[in-house]
Design a protein around this ligand. Structure first.
Ligand code: UD1
Ligand code: CA
Length: 433
């Protein structure tokens, strides 16, 4: 059985933030959660997080080990070892700050039967801070030297250590006590295990992965770069799954965005968390959508804002400059222009005219507006909640509706128009200089 240790107790000064590094968001999800999500795909028996004292509170549901003072990756694993279940014959070790790791890389690592397996990557340049992986003539890894400890000649090596390993638990127990901190950082380096294992004749092995997957995130520039890589991956996945993205580089997803086949997303659309879009939906340019479920054949935008648990049912249509919050819009209903619909339950085939506002907030509480099937709300109506508008009602344009309306009624709630013939002409003559 496999036990996983995720190292996340290091200091992260370069983020220049009050928020611990591994809690910074990528696609709306904390970095460390990306690592957890990927690692769960290899079905580990247990996951142990090594955290700093201040971070421990964030991981309540998990097994955590607190590292009071960060004395190096080797020291962190040594602390975690006490929490490794005795049934776990193997341990996989990952870093909390490499959220771009692919589950299939972890799967390949997990499939290895060597005593110690590490993941390495082909480095594009010498401009990095990774550990360098040295191999013997049979291409077995025999030693890792940290870049800061390496000589100029050693730094020519293009094989970098990704910081992800799988090792037999018994071997880990045997070698960890042998680590020392005689190095440039005065830290206990986990990477020294490779040399120790090799020198003792254990079977060491390495698998190769893309450098992109292991980009460490140490500052906000790298955070933005990682976000871009993730967004590109998600764009690619969505398109391959049958979603049309018009100008994909301008469309931004959340980690959990779901979109059905043959839907079409226009440029400059952003998705927050919890969006589920079914098939054949059109999202026109410049929309922001979060916490929304959009059923088949719906059209949204341009310039629409959906949020707060909104449901757009089959064939409905939300047009430009319309905000819908916490509302259900029934089948084939429309709100095409300049509206705010909040905390409303709108039935089927309702037409909501331009400029209609549900006045749902009195400064203290939110109230609900119910609009039943087939009603027609004239332009610029203010519906003062709580309110129920029965089936088939017609509300005259410009009405301020303060009371519930029975089915099939007409509501005119605006001042009566008065016309004074020639009043304007006389007014102008009187005021002429
Ligand atoms: C480490 C590896 C390096 C590898 C690189 C890949 C070592 C000595 N070096 O270097 O070979 O190329 O990762 O990204 O392991 N951490 C703790 N406690 C500590 C120190 C670190 O939990 O005392 C955690 C950090 O939070 C981080 C991870 O371990 O998640 C890696 O530590 P970091 O200091 O970032 O190591 P690197 O210098 O990147
Ligand atoms: Ca790092």
């Amino acid at each position: 059985m496999l036990s996983v240790i995720i190292l996340a107790a290091g200091q992260s000064k370069r983020m220049n933030s009050k928020v611990p590094k591994v809690l910074h968001l990528l696609g709306g999800l904390p970095m460390i959660q990306h690592v957890l999500k990927s690692v769960q795909k290899v079905n580990p028996y247990q996951i142990i997080l090594v955290t700093s004292p201040s971070l421990a509170i964030e991981f309540k549901g998990h097994t955590t080990v607190i590292q009071e003072v960060p004395k190096g990756t080797g020291h962190a694993v040594e602390l975690a070892l006490a929490a490794v279940d005795e049934k776990a014959s193997e341990v996989m070790i990952l870093c909390g700050d490499t959220p771009l790791i692919h589950p299939h890389t972890l799967q390949t690592l997990n499939d290895s039967e060597a005593d110690l397996t590490l993941v390495s990557m082909r480095l594009q340049s010498q401009n990095h801070a990774y550990g360098l992986v040295f191999q013997d003539i049979k291409e077995k890894p025999k030693q890792i030297i940290e870049f800061k400890d390496a000589t100029t000649t050693q730094r020519q090596i293009r094989s970098g250590n990704a910081g992800v390993y799988k090792i037999k638990t018994s071997l880990l127990k045997e070698l960890l006590p042998l680590l020392n901190n005689n190095n440039a950082a005065s830290e206990y380096y986990l990477t020294d295990l490779v040399g120790l294992a090799y020198d003792r004749g254990y079977h060491t092995h390495m698998i190769e992965a893309e450098e992109e997957e292991f980009q460490g995130i140490n500052n906000r520039v790298e955070l933005a770069k990682a976000e871009m890589i993730l967004q590109n991956r998600w764009r690619h996945e969505k398109m391959m799954a049958g979603v049309t993205l018009v100008q994909p580089e301008t469309i931004f997803f959340s980690h959990d965005t779901e979109i059905g086949k043959d839907s079409r997303i226009g440029p400059f659309v952003t998705f927050g968390e919890k969006v589920c879009i079914q098939e054949d939906v059109t999202i026109l340019p410049y929309c922001h959508i979060e916490h929304a479920t959009i059923e088949e054949g719906v059209s949204v935008g341009p310039f629409a804002h959906l949020r707060g648990n909104t449901l757009l049912q089959k064939g409905s249509s939300i047009g430009n400059f319309v905000e819908v919050k916490g509302s259900k819009i029934g089948k084939k209903s429309k709100a095409k222009h300049l509206s705010y619909i909040g905390d409303a339950e709108v039935g089927e085939k309702v037409n909501i005219g331009a400029g209609t506002v549900t006045c749902n907030y009195d400064g203290f509480k939110k109230s609900k507006t119910v609009i039943k099937d087939g009603s027609m709300i004239g332009a610029n109506a203010s519906l003062i909640a709580p309110l129920t508008i029965g089936e088939g009602v017609i509300i005259a344009a410009g009405s301020t509706v303060t009371e519930s309306v029975p089915e099939n009624a007409l509501v005119v709630a605006r001042s009566v128009q008065t016309i004074k013939p020639n009043w304007a002409t006389k007014f102008r003559q009187k005021n002429k200089k």
